[in-house]
Design a protein around this ligand. Structure first.
Ligand SMILES: Cc1cc2nc3c(=O)[nH]c(=O)nc-3n(C[C@H](O)[C@H](O)[C@H](O)COP(=O)(O)OP(=O)(O)OC[C@H]3O[C@@H](n4cnc5c(N)ncnc54)[C@H](O)[C@@H]3O)c2cc1C
Length: 471
């Protein structure tokens, strides 16, 4: 029997397959101490949002089924890891690299302490396709623009190849840990998770990918229609690393060796995730500071009442309200609608994008620091390769274009369900008798638009133009 004992520290990588840290530790013949530590102190303001906690709870239960000796601890990471390493004689701590700024700081500090203590600390790549430092443009600089970035990823032979499950291995038994039920990750009073659906964990993630593959043929056309089931819903599985992007990349290449059309489009979205992570690793302040610094001077409004109307889906713009209610009830919102509601908050209401990002962080099951910050900065126009400042989504026309039958709005804003298609995206235009026969009383059972679209557009354009002209 081997005399080696290694700690494998799990974080945003709650899987057994394609886990290079676990694989390498097993390969050297070590006995494994698998551990997950909930360290709210180190996470600070990026502690998991409430919906993420729900997902994490179930994801850890799923991982523990495959790894019954998985140790769950709460508290300071370094204290816990060092205590266990010393008590059980672990020579090494292996983990997958994590790109959230607080986590990168923790890795650096841990590396130093482990050096002093004579413990090997090793990080492995496993959560991205290519490590951020490895991908440069032809001039040797970091990519700032998504399209050339993705072309380079797509053509690169640096994309990580997934590895399988490690061979059978032994884990250390009897290490004291917490019971996940004591972490209070599930909502109780009230339990708002009734609308959350879908299985969680590594097996569920692969099943989700398999279920999506027959639908991929409709991806390019369908992915913008929120009433359709056209996207993969892989986001929360990716956020917690139940599946790796390398596994998805390899699977798509397996069924379509030279990905084109829908296959290419789908990989290109995985590419947006990659781009966001590369940005975050270079700009640790991206979650709260605009990448284009002149946006610091934008004349934001801090209007609590308007913000609440937006959060509750009571803006009087049906597509916005449908999205915000879908988010609240299911922990998910369709990508097209994320863009519409974010644009409405930032450009119509001129409320800082950081406030919207925080609400998403709390409500999204897939709340992901890189994707969320990059998504909000893109919409606000202050990110790298962001939407141009003059792109201000018209929520009525967006509804008419992407929810032409009104199916999405009718599902999430049932008080408007009986309105004819012609008025479903702007009930204010409906004649009084149409409203009456649909049972809609504006200002009573559905709000009047909280702001006039033209007024909001002109006001935002003025502020944005000024800011964009600054260097
Ligand atoms: C304002 C805003 C906030 C967002 N916040 C998040 C977030 O917190 N977490 C998150 O995972 N995504 C976020 N996104 C991106 C996107 O909306 C979701 O990834 C997508 O809707 C998830 O659904 P899906 O898995 O069915 O996507 P699919 O269309 O099936 O895409 C497959 C995968 O590609 C990645 N992806 C797709 N679109 C994007 C994108 N625009 N940016 C980055 N990655 C993308 C995701 O990992 C996704 O799971 C945000 C977008 C916006 C506009």
């Amino acid at each position: 029997m081997s005399d080696k004992t290694f700690i494998v520290w799990f974080r945003n990588d709650l899987r057994i397959c394609d886990h290079p840290a676990l694989f390498k530790a097993v390969q050297v013949g070590a006995k494994i101490i698998p551990i997950f530590i909930y360290d709210a102190g180190s996470m600070g303001e990026w502690d998991y949002g409430a919906a993420q906690k729900y997902w994490l709870h179930h994801s850890l239960i799923a991982l523990k089924k495959d790894l019954p000796n998985l140790v769950l601890r709460r508290g300071n990471t370094m204290v816990n890891l060092l205590e266990i390493a010393k008590k059980y004689g672990a020579q090494s701590i292996y983990t997958l690299r994590n790109y959230e700024p607080w986590a990168a700081d923790l890795e650096r500090d841990l590396n130093e302490i482990c050096n002093d203590e004579g413990i090997e600390f090793k990080r492995f790549a496993g959560n991205l396709l290519i490590e951020p430092e490895k991908l440069k443009n032809k001039s040797g600089n970091d990519f700032q623009i998504y399209t050339p970035f993705f072309k380079a990823v797509f053509a690169s032979d640096l994309v990580r190849k997934p590895i399988g499950a490690p061979p059978a291995f032994e884990t250390v038994e009897g290490i004291e840990g917490d019971n996940i039920d004591d972490w209070g990750f599930l909502p109780k009073k009230p339990d708002w998770s009734g609308g959350f659906t879908g299985d969680i964990g590594e097996k569920a993630a692969h099943k989700r990918l398999e279920d999506f593959l027959p639908r991929i043929e409709n991806y390019s056309n369908g992915r913008d229609i929120p009433s359709q089931n056209s996207t993969s819903f892989l986001a929360p599985h990716l956020r917690f690393g139940e599946i790796s992007p390398a596994q998805i990349w390899a699977k798509i290449h397996e069924i379509c060796p030279n990905p084109i059309d829908n296959y290419y489009k789908f990989l290109a979205e995985i590419g947006w995730r990659e781009f966001s992570y590369h940005l975050l690793s270079r700009h640790p302040k991206m979650p709260y500071r605009p990448l284009k610094s002149q946006f610091e001077n934008f004349p934001w409004e801090h209007d609590e009442t308007s913000f609440k109307s937006w959060q509750k889906g009571q803006t009087g713009y049906p597509i916005v309200d449908a999205g915000m209610r879908q988010l609240w009830q299911t922990g998910y919102m369709h990508n097209r609608v994320r863009m519409i509601v974010a644009s409405f908050l930032v450009k119509h209401l001129m409320i800082p994008w950081q406030e919207g990002a925080k609400w998403f962080w709390d409500c999204l099951l897939d709340g992901d620091l890189a994707n969320n910050s990059a998504g909000w900065q893109w919409v606000a126009g202050c990110g790298s390769d962001a939407a141009p400042y003059f792109r201000i989504f018209n929520p009525i026309m967006q509804g008419q274009k992407f929810d032409a039958s009104g199916e999405y709005v009718r599902k999430w804003v049932p008080e408007l369900a009986k309105l004819p298609n012609e008025y479903i995206h702007f009930p204010k235009d409906a004649p009084i008798e149409v409203l009456k026969s649909a049972g809609v009383v504006l200002g009573r059972n559905y709000p009047l638009p909280m702001i006039d679209h033209k007024f909001a557009r002109d006001r935002a354009l003025e502020g944005l133009k000024e800011v964009s002209a600054q260097n």
